[in-house]
Design a protein around this ligand. Structure first.
Ligand code: PAF
Length: 323
């Protein structure tokens, strides 16, 4: 953090400590609409927190990028202008590089595998790194397995995807992987994405079914391929400015509320993944269900040696071989 950021954080902390001693309404920001998995998670978080703290802490939700894109909200949490952020890991690796390992495509075999890893010691070790980077991570939430959409053609194999200009999150691991797929990755903040798709600045994007639904991408994208190429975790992040003013009992309440939020989020992600494709078809999208995932995964072979060096071969194996 810069000196200015630290000064702002200190001023924010002083102001908040006064209010925390009484009661506090926390600002919770996220990028999706209130009826999305993030909205469901935020509501569960607020209800549980209020209950566990006898009404001392309540929340006000700021959905749909009202507090900025995910990178900006995380910066806001660092300096105390945003209290809680529900975010994908997309931009978080730029703040806490230890999260980047979770962004490797085809690393997680399914939802149960991802939950077991992230809710166990490996996931906890990553959460424990956040304070070193001026943030508190309360729990892993969920965004879901990401799927490719585009306005040009049905994509079944990497050859079909070659040359497409696809918006990626501002995430180094995703951008490298997309290059291997023969795609032209275009990193862009989510708030700019709908217009970029509408105006043809990019051909497509990739996101979980729940996001494709809630962001109404069927209005600007014809083709959906069920690539499920990467699991996209989410995080419930708290500003250290809030955290530092809490008692130990309140800290437990925040952690517990975040776990309740994560469970609600994961349920909604599953419901959307199971029921959303039919809705997107009704909305006019052409869906490619039989994607050659093995061929996409094979394209990443050259990157795996680099990942083994960057993240540690043992650590990657520990995730891959986790029950
Ligand atoms: O694509 C992204 O940037 C993220 O998946 C989103 C939609 C903001 C949800 O975290």
């Amino acid at each position: 953090m810069s000196i200015m950021s630290r000064a702002l954080a200190f001023a924010g902390a002083a102001a908040l400590l006064t209010s925390v001693a009484q009661a506090a309404e926390l600002k919770v920001g996220y990028s999706l609409s209130q009826d999305s998995h993030y909205g469901v998670g935020a509501t569960a978080f607020g209800e549980e927190l209020e209950k566990l703290t006898d009404g001392k802490f309540t929340i006000k939700q700021y959905p749909a990028n009202a507090l900025g894109g995910e990178r900006e909200m995380v910066e806001g949490a660092q300096i105390g202008t945003v209290d809680v952020v529900i975010t994908s890991t997309g931009p978080v690796g730029n703040f806490v590089p230890e999260t980047l390992i979770t962004d490797i495509p085809f690393l997680f075999k399914g939802y149960e595998h991802a939950h077991a890893v992230l809710d166990g010691p490996i996931g906890q070790e990553i959460l424990d790194k956040f304070p070193e980077h001026g943030l508190i991570a309360l729990a892993w939430g969920e965004n879901g397995f990401r799927n490719l959409t585009n306005s040009k053609r049905a994509v079944k194999t990497p050859a079909d995807a070659e040359g497409l200009k696809i918006r990626t999150m501002e995430n180094q691991v995703h951008m490298e992987a997309f290059k291997e797929f023969g795609i032209l990755p275009t990193p862009m903040a989510f708030p700019e994405l709908f217009t970029a798709l509408q105006q043809g600045t990019v051909d497509g994007q990739e996101n979980p079914i729940g996001v494709i639904l809630s962001a109404k991408f069927s209005e600007v994208q014809e083709h959906l391929s069920l690539t499920n190429h990467v699991y996209s975790p989410a995080l419930i992040i708290l500003s250290p400015v809030v955290w530092d003013g809490l008692t130990d009992e309140e800290k437990d309440a925040f952690r517990q509320a975040a776990k309740t939020a994560a469970a609600a989020m994961r349920k909604k992600v599953r419901d959307d993944a199971e029921n959303g494709v039919a809705v997107l078809k009704e909305q006019g999208m052409t869906v490619t269900e039989e994607v050659d995932r093995a061929a996409f995964e094979a394209e990443l072979e050259p990157l795996m040696a680099k990942y083994a060096e960057q993240f540690g071969a043992d650590r990657l194996d520990a995730i891959r071989n986790h029950d």
